[in-house]
Write a protein of this length. Structure first.
Ligand code: BGC
Length: 859
């Protein structure tokens, strides 16, 4: 494209080639360089998607922690997603952020995917609708959304090197659909290209997807940035539709791209096209003085081109604080809305009388609350989506507030498979006495470079801390809040560790990265801990001497990995996540289970909170099983045998196995509920809030019993998407896996529903149904009417084609109109390379495919 015929051409024409190229790689980990002469402000990006973390990867300022993605999609309600997008934009305004790196619109393909908690669903339409509403809510308030990760990035194992082999039909109909809906229809202003390859071509170089489909066929005019360190080659990425390399300041573009243009391998028009898209993004987010959208900025002047004045701040003031009353209300309400009641026999929930505080309800009054997740509720997953929340709430706190003396709380069994950074409340800076650590940075000769307080007990060194030279060693010091006795003590991070207690060296350890993925090395560094008997209030120092990692050598160990010299990944070796491990060594699992049994027997009603942790549901690695970690299944079984009534709360975003399902009365899927999580769960358990959620993913009955399972690529690094378009429930419906535990769309809520007449009232451009639903329960409740389409042609699987919800008072009937989306009534005909209509078939009205209420044939 030539620069002559668009509004940014006069600005671009003022820049030399070097200046243009400079704009196309980040300045720091999360910012872009500005350019005063053309009135371009340095743009600021922040992760996403479950909070706006700010410019620091670890240990940044306190920001609101939202319920994870599956709780947002779990509401099956555009209004909820739009409100979340708007709230995130407010968080962005508060921190001066132009672009939020979310939503994640990859799909829940195999339930083993470590990062599914960031993504909405196994279904592309539910994902696309949720993402579109989120994008609208965010961008209507002036903050850019970034759809990630384009595309076929459904698992983490070897994510930088693996090649997702997907048919063009599955790509178009399934994996690209959420991008199409949120980019083309909702108009997301940016997209992030994934780490992986798609059919042999890197996502950052994939001209077919980036240029032909996204920018070409969809006419999308936003900016395509790389995932962090994902750009592998200079010329191929610049010509393959990538507009921006992240992060900076170094990377495969810079001087190399200038030289490639001079050589004629990349045309200057291509560079101009990337700059145009960058300027458009800046314009849309208020980072360009001459912008159309933001003309006038906040100071009432129109700026005008190059008038020399500063770019007016586009950021609104007076945004709610992360711990304000309004945020608490919003975050609690949204979390509760997305929770899913999957079983509720004998009316076990809500806990009677609890909402009003009345003592002695029909469930016997007393409640034993059991489980590690009851006292350490997991509010978020791991990796780049993590934020530093102002507070976190536990189910124990939430229920104690509501049940008072009726409640007994018993900690559960161990749920971790790796040591974790110390709870900051357990460690204090020896210099200031504040919670957290003292961190001393040392040069190679041992001289002290700096000593600083760290509010958390883990930090990322060398990435976003503004240090020109990484230190050769760090010393983490803390005074522990321990009683005399056993403490688990250790460190997280690669290198040589020396641990000292009260001045005496007590242990050394050498920890090395394993695996062949630098991202995993950074996000999940090696960790070590051992039990030590310590005096009360022990003073601990842990010195870590870094050992440089030769990524070239490490990656070379896998012969299938071939990296170009300029690959951005090769420069990730200089930063390290480090942390201090320190926690009281508690009682044994057997003691914990025995205490739980006794409490359950005494109370009659038991609530057991089980779940996964941020080690299981995390970026950079996948799960190996859906079984709950540790002895949690045994804990549930033994408590259920002891109690009269047992309620299980699953504190995880993605499917877990429930071998005890028949032994318990009720199961609530609570997701990863964010900072208000403990209160939201308690509000649902006591009936103060309605769990209106419906499952966003089908729950397999056993490991391996799903249409797609393996997440590890083969020796040639290929992962074959053999399930084609029959992803998730579509594949189960086609008989590709044994009967699931629970279907997508399943969810009981506290209402009960009778379906009346179902009328097909339109077919153009897609079917519209009117469905009568009556709330036959004694509470006001909400129903979500789901419509699935099964095309006549057996090769085209059943698919969710429309849904709509309604709040209905007790005994009332509502007519719910479901307008199906025409995109689900087309098929990609690969032989001719175009879409063909899919008209005939059957519509199924269902509360998840395990509870079908009506069928309508489509001639
Ligand atoms: C993740 C992205 C994230 C980026 C920046 C990458 O590791 O894949 O989703 O936005 O880091 O933190």
């Amino acid at each position: 494209m030539s620069t002559g015929n668009h509004p940014y051409a006069p600005l671009i024409s003022q820049l030399s080639l070097e200046e243009k190229v400079r704009l196309l790689t980040g300045e720091t980990a999360f910012t872009l360089p500005g350019n005063e002469a053309i009135g371009l402000a340095p743009l600021a990006f922040s992760d996403g998607p479950t909070g706006v973390r700010g410019l620091k990867f670890v240990g940044g300022e306190a920001v609101a922690l939202f319920p994870n993605a599956t709780l947002i999609s779990g509401s099956w309600d555009d209004e909820v997603a739009e409100e979340v997008g708007h709230m995130l934009s407010e968080e962005a305004h508060r921190q001066g952020i132009h672009v939020v790196l979310g939503p994640t619109v990859n799909l829940h393909r195999s339930p083993l995917g470590g990062r599914l908690f960031e993504a909405y669903s196994e279904d592309p339409y539910l994902t696309g609708r949720t993402a579109s509403a989120y994008v609208r809510g965010m961008q209507d308030n002036g903050t850019a959304a970034c759809l990630k990760h384009l595309v076929a990035n459904e698992s983490e194992t070897l994510r930088n090197f693996m090649d997702s082999r997907v048919s063009e039909t599955a790509l178009r109909e399934v994996y690209l659909l959420p991008f199409e809906m949120a980019a083309h229809d909702a108009g997301a202003w940016s997209i992030m290209a994934a780490y992986n390859d798609i059919n042999g071509v890197s996502a950052t170089e994939n001209g077919h997807i980036n240029e032909e489909i996204v920018k070409g066929e969809w006419g999308w005019d936003g900016l395509l940035m790389s995932d962090w360190f994902a750009t592998k080659r200079t010329v191929e990425s610049a010509n393959g539709g990538l507009d921006l390399v992240m992060p900076g300041p170094d990377g495969p573009w810079g001087e190399r791209l200038v030289a490639a243009v001079r050589r004629g391998d990349v045309s200057e028009d291509t560079v101009d096209e990337h700059v145009t898209r960058l300027l458009r993004l800046a314009d849309r987010t208020g980072g360009l003085r001459t912008g159309g959208l933001r003309v006038g900025g906040t100071d009432g002047t129109d700026g005008g081109a190059n008038d020399g004045g500063p770019v007016a701040s586009p950021f609104k003031t007076g945004m709610p604080a992360p711990d304000s009353a309004i945020r608490r209300e919003q975050l609690r309400r949204i979390a509760a809305r997305g929770m899913v009641l999957v079983k509720n026999d004998r009316g076990a929930l809500p806990l009677d009388g609890a909402a009003t505080g009345a003592v002695g309800g029909t469930v016997g009054g007393a409640v034993a609350l059991v489980g590690r997740h009851a006292v350490a509720t997991q509010d978020m997953g791991g990796g780049s989506a993590q934020v530093n929340p102002p507070y976190q709430s536990t189910v124990a706190e939430g229920l104690a507030e509501r049940l008072g003396e009726r409640l007994t709380v018993v900690d559960g069994v161990d749920v971790r498979n790796r040591p974790v950074p110390a709870n900051p409340a357990f460690v204090a800076d020896p210099v200031t006495g504040e919670p957290g650590l003292r961190v001393t940075y040392l040069a190679a000769d041992g001289t002290e470079l700096e000593s600083a307080h760290e509010a958390g007990s883990a930090l990322l060194i060398g990435f976003d801390d503004g240090r020109a030279e990484p230190p050769a060693a760090v010393v983490l010091s803390a005074v522990l809040a321990n009683d005399a006795g056993p403490v688990r003590l250790g460190g997280i991070g690669a290198g040589r560790w020396t641990f000292a207690v009260d001045g005496d060296d007590v242990a050394t350890a050498r920890l090395a990265f394993s695996g062949s993925d630098p991202g995993e090395g950074v996000l999940r560094p090696p960790a070590y801990a051992e039990h030590r008997d310590l005096p009360a209030g022990a003073s601990v120092t842990a010195k870590l001497e870094f050992e440089p990692v030769d990524w070239r050598e490490m990656l070379g160990r896998n012969p299938a990995i071939k990296l170009a010299e300029e690959s951005h990944l090769l420069s990730t070796g200089s930063f390290n996540l480090v942390g201090l491990v320190a926690e009281p060594a508690g009682r044994t699992d057997e003691e914990a289970i025995a205490a739980a049994e006794a409490a359950a027997r005494a109370a009659g009603t038991a609530v057991v909170v089980v779940g996964l942790t941020e080690e299981d549901e995390t970026e950079a690695s996948d799960k190996r099983t859906l079984a709950l970690p540790g002895r949690q299944d045994e804990l549930v079984r033994r408590v259920a045998a002891a109690a009269e009534r047992t309620v299980v709360v699953v504190n995880a975003a993605t499917p877990v196995l429930m071998p005890w399902l028949a032994d318990v009365d009720a199961v609530l899927i609570a997701g990863l509920p964010g900072q208000e999580g403990g209160h939201a769960i308690a509000a649902v358990l006591t009936g103060e809030a309605e769990p209106t959620g419906r499952l966003v993913t089908t729950y397999p009955a056993a490991d391996g019993a799903s249409p797609a399972w393996d997440v590890a690529p083969d020796a040639a690094l290929r992962l074959h998407y053999t399930d084609g378009t029959a992803v998730g429930y579509r594949g189960w419906h086609a008989g590709n896996a044994p009967e699931p535990l629970f279907w997508l769309g399943h969810g009981l809520g506290y209402g009960s529903w009778e379906y009346g007449e179902v009328r097909l009232v339109g077919t153009n451009p897609a079917p519209t149904l009117e469905v009568e639903v009556t709330n036959t329960s004694s509470r006001p409740s909400r129903e979500t009417v789901q419509v699935y389409f099964t095309p006549t042609e057996p090769s085209d699987p059943m698919r969710l084609a429309g849904y709509a919800g309604a709040d209905v008072a007790t005994g009332e009937t509502a007519t719910v109109t479901v307008t199906c989306d025409p995109r689900l009534f087309r098929r990609w005909d690969d032989a001719v390379g175009s879409w063909a209509p899919l008209g005939a078939g059957e519509l199924t009205v269902a509360r998840g495919l395990g509870d079908v209420r009506a069928r309508v044939s489509l001639p």
